[in-house]
Design a protein around this ligand. Structure first.
Ligand code: 26Q
Length: 794
C-alpha cells in the first residue's frame, strides 16, 4: 500500500464511517479513521486463514484464558502488515503527528499482569506461526483499574476503555450461547438433566489477531454477558422503571469487571460465575464447530486441543464431561477419556494462597451437576490409580489445581525451575501417579512488540547488522555476537540505548516534572506489587545507598535513577503500604540537595503495557529480585534482556535460564537458592540475625521506622518495619547483604566500555525467549498440532 492509497482510505473512513470532515476531525477521529483503514487490510488475510483451516481440516488450538492483556493494537497491526511507511507517509501528508495518533489509543487492559500478557504474546505467536487457533476470554467492560496517587497513596479508578468506539472487534450477535446457573438436577440412571434456575446469554465479539507479515490470522473471541429477557415492558408501563431494567443490569454484571487481584480473591461467587460463563460458552462454541465438520465425537482430541491458562477455566473438565455424557449420551468413562485427551493445563504459581479452591456448598448451589461430576471424576481417578487419597475435594473445598491435573493429558510449568518444583511440591503425589504428565514450556515474549515495535533504534541497528530474519527467527540474534568486538557496532548500540534514555528523561520531565540525568544508571523494577517480588528490598537498598551518600556526599558516586512501576491489588494492604512508602521515599530523596544529583526515585503511576514499552528500551538494569522459588517464570525479565539491559537477579523462575544463556559474567546474581530459602526458613530468628549482621540494613529499617519519610505521621511505616524484623517470610533481610554487594558491583561495571559488551551479549543471546519458540514447544509436546502448510507473506 502506498502512502497516497493509505491517505485515501483514511479520508474515506473519516467521512463515511465516522461522519466527520477534515475541518472538524479531532485526533480521536483521525485515529479511528486510520484504524479502520488498517483493519481493512487485515480482513482478507484473516478470512483466508479461517478458510484454509476449515478446508484443510486442520487441528485447532483453543486457548482459554480469563485474561488477555493486549495493550494497544494499532501499531501492532501496522507493523505486522508492514504498513509503517504508508501510515507514516499518509499522516505526514495530512499534517498529523503519527506518534501522537498512536498514543491516543487506550490500552486494552483485560488482564492483571504476567499471565494475561503471556496469553496476548501467545495469540500473536500462534498467528505468526500459522498455528490454527482461537483465543477465548471475557470482554470486560472495565479492564484493570487505573492507578492514581493521592498524597502518595494508591487510588483506583475505573478503567473505561469501551467508552470510546473499539475499532478492532466485530460483534457477533449470531454467536449467542445460553448459559445457566443454579437450579436442580434430575438423574436418569447415571446420566442427568440439569435445569438451571438462572439463564443468561454469552454473545461473542471477535478480534482478528494478525501475525508477522500478515501470513496468517487467528481470532480472539471474547464473551459479553447479556440478559436472556431484556427489559420488562410490563413493569415499565406500571411505572416501575428501576425494576424494569434490573434483569438486564444483573446479567451484564457478569462481564462488567476484571478481578484486580493477581493471586486469588478466595471464594467470590461472581468470580466463579465468570469462570463458568466464559468456559461453558467457549466449550459449546468449540463443540458446535466440531460437530459441523465431523460426526464422531471420539475424534475430538484429534481435531481440537484446549489449553486452560491456569485453573481459571478448570470447570472445563466437568463441563466437557457433562456435554459428552449427559447431553450427547457418551459413556462416562469414555467421556472423561475424551475430555482429558483434549484438555491441558498450565500452572503459573506455587504460592499456596494463590491456588484456587471453591467451597463445595457454593459450587453445589451454582453448578449442582458439575459438583456431582467432580465427585465421580475423583472416584474414577482413585480407581484408576489405586489411590485411596481423595485429591480434588478436601475439607469442604474443590481444589481446582488437582481437578485440572486429573482432567488434563499434559500439565505444564512455565520455567525449568518452576516445573521442577511443581513435581516436588504441589503436585508431588499426582506426579508420582502420572510421571509423564508434567512437562516444561518456558515462557517467551513476542519480539514483534517487545523489540521491533517498542525499540526502533535498536531494531534498525540489528537489521542493518544481520538482516531482517531475526524478527520471526529470534535465535538469529546470535549473529550479532561477532560484532560485539567491533567498536563501531558497540558505539551504535550504546547510542541507541542512550537516545532511548534521553527520550524517557524528557517524558519524566514533561509528564512527571522530575528531571533525571540520562548519564545515570536507569534501574527499573516494573511488575505487580507483591511481597514475594520484594519491591521493599529494593527500596531498603535505595535508602541505605542514600544514607551512605549523605555520609560522604563527595565520594564520586555513580548516579542512579531508581524507577518503579506497578499496581497493588486493592485489597492487599501490605502492597499498598509499599506503594505509599515508595512515593514517600521518592519525595524525600528527590528533594535532598546533598544527594539528588546521584540518586532519584521515579514512580510513574498506572503502569501498563504501553508504559512498559516506553521504559524497557531505556533500561540499563533489570530488577528480578523475587525470593527464590516464588516467581514461576517472569516475562519482564526476558523483555529487558532482549533490549540490552543487564539483570540483577536471584536464581528464580526463568532468571535461571536467562543467566545460563547470556552467561554468568553478563548477569548480576545474588541471593539464596530456593533450597537455601527453605532451609533458612526453619530458623525462626533468620531476620533478626541478618539485621544484626548488617549495619546498613539495620540503619535502613530504623530510618523507615523513625518516620523520616512520613514526618507528618511518624508511625506510618511501623507495620513494614515490624514485619521485616519479626516475620519476613520472603527473606528480605537474609538476602539484603548480598543484594547490596551485587548493586555495588553494578556501580563498578557501569560506564566502563565493557558494560556495552555485556548489554549487547544480553540481546544477542536472548533469542531463545521468543514466544514463537514457546508455542512450537506447546504444539509439539502438548497440542500435537501442526502449522498450516504453505503460507506466504501477504
Ligand atoms: C484468581 C481467582 C480469583 C481472582 C483472581 C485470580 C487470579 C488472577 C490473575 C490469579 C492469578 C492471576 C495471575 C497470575 C500471574 O500473572 N502469574 C504470573 O504468570 C506469568 C506467566 O506465566 C509468570 O511469568 C509469573 O511468574 C507469574 O507470577
Amino acid at each position: 500500500m502506498t502512502p497516497s492509497e493509505m491517505k485515501n482510505a483514511i479520508l474515506h473512513h473519516l467521512v463515511y464511517t465516522l461522519g466527520k470532515d477534515v475541518s472538524t476531525a479531532h485526533i480521536y477521529d483521525w485515529r479511528m479513521a486510520l484504524s479502520f483503514a488498517v483493519r481493512d487490510q487485515i480482513v482478507d488475510p484473516w478470512f483466508g486463514a479461517t478458510r484454509r483451516s476449515y478446508a484443510g481440516k486442520l487441528k485447532r488450538v483453543y486457548y482459554l484464558s480469563m485474561e488477555f492483556l493486549i495493550g494497544r493494537l494499532l501499531k501492532d497491526a501496522i507493523i505486522n502488515l508492514r504498513l509503517e511507511d504508508a501510515a507514516l507517509g499518509a499522516m505526514n501528508d495530512l499534517g498529523l503527528n503519527y506518534e501522537q495518533i498512536l498514543e491516543d489509543e487506550p490500552d486494552a487492559a483485560l488482564g492483571n499482569g504476567g499471565l494475561g500478557r503471556l496469553a496476548a504474546c501467545f495469540m500473536e505467536s500462534m498467528s505468526t506461526l500459522a498455528c490454527p487457533a482461537m483465543g477465548y476470554g471475557i470482554r470486560y467492560e472495565h479492564g484493570l483499574f487505573r492507578q492514581r496517587f493521592e498524597d502518595g497513596r494508591q487510588v483506583e479508578e475505573p478503567e473505561d476503555w469501551l467508552n470510546q468506539r473499539h475499532a478492532w472487534e466485530f460483534e457477533r450477535p449470531e454467536v449467542a450461547i445460553d448459559i445457566g446457573f443454579g437450579g436442580h438436577v434430575q438423574e436418569i440412571g447415571k446420566r442427568a438433566n440439569w435445569y438451571p434456575s438462572e439463564m443468561l446469554i454469552a454473545m461473542g465479539h471477535d478480534t482478528p489477531v494478525i501475525g508477522w507479515k500478515g501470513r496468517w490470522g487467528n481470532t480472539l473471541r471474547l464473551w459479553e454477558a447479556r440478559p436472556m429477557h431484556g427489559f420488562d415492558l410490563q413493569r415499565f408501563n406500571r411505572g416501575d422503571y428501576a425494576a424494569a431494567a434490573e434483569p438486564e443490569a444483573l446479567a451484564r454484571t457478569l462481564s462488567r469487571v476484571l478481578y484486580p487481584d493477581d493471586t486469588t480473591e478466595q471464594g467470590k461467587e461472581l468470580r466463579l460465575k465468570q469462570e463458568f460463563f466464559f468456559t461453558a460458552a467457549s466449550l459449546r462454541d468449540i463443540l458446535r464447530r466440531f460437530e459441523s465438520e465431523y460426526n464422531d465425537l471420539k475424534r475430538l482430541p484429534q481435531k481440537a486441543a484446549i489449553q486452560m491458562n491456569d485453573t481459571h477455566p478448570a470447570i472445563a473438565g466437568p463441563e466437557l464431561v457433562r456435554l459428552l455424557h449427559d447431553e450427547r449420551g457418551m459413556d462416562f468413562e469414555e467421556a472423561v477419556g475424551i475430555a482429558r485427551n483434549t484438555l491441558s493445563y498450565t500452572n503459573h504459581t506455587l504460592l499456596p494462597e494463590a491456588l484456587e479452591r471453591w467451597d463445595e456448598g457454593l459450587m453445589g448451589r451454582l453448578l449442582p451437576r458439575h459438583l456431582q461430576l467432580i465427585y465421580r471424576i475423583n472416584e474414577l481417578h482413585m480407581k484408576d490409580t489405586g489411590s485411596r487419597k481423595v485429591t480434588a475435594v478436601e475439607d469442604g473445598h474443590v481444589k481446582m489445581g488437582e481437578l485440572s491435573f486429573i482432567m488434563a493429558h499434559k500439565v505444564n510449568g512455565v520455567s525449568a525451575l518452576h516445573t521442577d518444583l511443581m513435581k516436588k511440591t504441589v503436585f508431588k503425589d499426582l506426579h508420582e501417579q502420572h510421571p509423564t504428565r508434567i512437562v516444561n514450556e518456558t515462557n517467551g515474549v513476542t519480539p514483534r512488540r517487545w523489540l521491533l515495535s517498542c525499540n526502533p533504534r535498536l531494531s534498525s541497528l540489528i537489521t542493518e547488522t544481520i538482516g531482517e530474519g531475526w524478527v520471526d527467527n529470534l535465535e538469529q540474534l546470535e549473529r550479532l555476537e561477532p560484532h560485539i568486538k567491533d567498536s563501531s557496532f558497540l558505539e551504535r548500540f550504546a547510542a541507541a540505548k542512550r537516545a532511548n534514555k534521553v527520550d524517557l528523561a524528557r517524558w519524566f520531565a514533561d509528564d512527571l516534572k522530575i528531571s533525571v540525568d540520562p548519564e545515570s544508571i536507569f534501574d527499573v523494577q516494573i511488575k505487580r506489587i507483591h511481597e514475594y517480588k520484594r519491591q521493599h528490598m529494593n527500596l531498603l537498598e535505595t535508602i541505605a545507598h542514600w544514607l551512605e551518600i549523605r555520609d560522604n556526599p563527595n565520594a564520586g558516586w555513580v548516579p542512579r535513577v531508581k524507577i518503579f512501576g506497578g499496581k497493588a491489588a486493592p485489597g492487599y494492604v501490605f502492597a499498598k503500604e509499599i506503594v505509599r512508602l515508595t512515593n514517600d521515599v521518592a519525595k524525600v530523596l528527590n528533594s535532598d540537595p546533598l544527594t539528588s544529583r546521584y540518586l532519584k526515585v521515579v514512580y510513574p503511576p498506572n503502569y501498563n503495557v504501553s508504559l512498559a514499552e516506553r521504559l524497557i528500551p531505556a533500561a540499563d538494569l533489570s530488577e528480578q529480585i523475587s525470593t527464590a522459588g516464588k516467581e514461576a517464570s517472569g516475562t519482564g525479565n526476558m523483555k529487558f534482556a532482549l533490549n540490552g539491559a543487564l539483570t540483577i537477579g536471584t536464581l528464580d523462575g526463568a532468571n535461571v535460564e536467562i543467566r545460563d544463556l547470556v552467561k554468568a559474567e553478563n548477569f548480576f546474581l545474588f541471593g539464596m537458592t530456593a533450597e537455601e530459602v527453605m532451609e533458612r526458613r526453619k530458623d525462626s530468628g533468620h531476620a533478626a540475625e541478618a539485621i544484626a549482621k548488617d549495619s546498613r540494613l539495620a540503619r535502613a529499617i530504623e530510618t523507615v521506622r523513625s518516620g523520616r519519610f512520613s514526618p507528618e505521621e511518624p508511625g506510618r511505616y511501623h507495620g513494614i518495619a515490624d514485619n521485616l524484623t519479626h516475620h519476613d517470610y520472603f527473606m528480605v533481610c537474609s538476602d539484603f547483604t548480598d543484594f547490596w554487594r551485587a548493586q555495588r558491583e553494578v556501580d563498578g561495571a557501569f560506564g566502563k566500555p565493557n558494560w556495552t559488551c555485556m548489554a549487547a551479549y544480553n540481546t544477542a543471546r536472548s533469542g531463545w525467549f521468543s514466544s514463537d519458540r514457546t508455542i512450537r514447544g506447546y504444539m509439539a509436546d502438548i497440542w500435537n498440532a501442526a502449522p498450516a502448510p504453505e503460507v506466504e507473506d501477504a
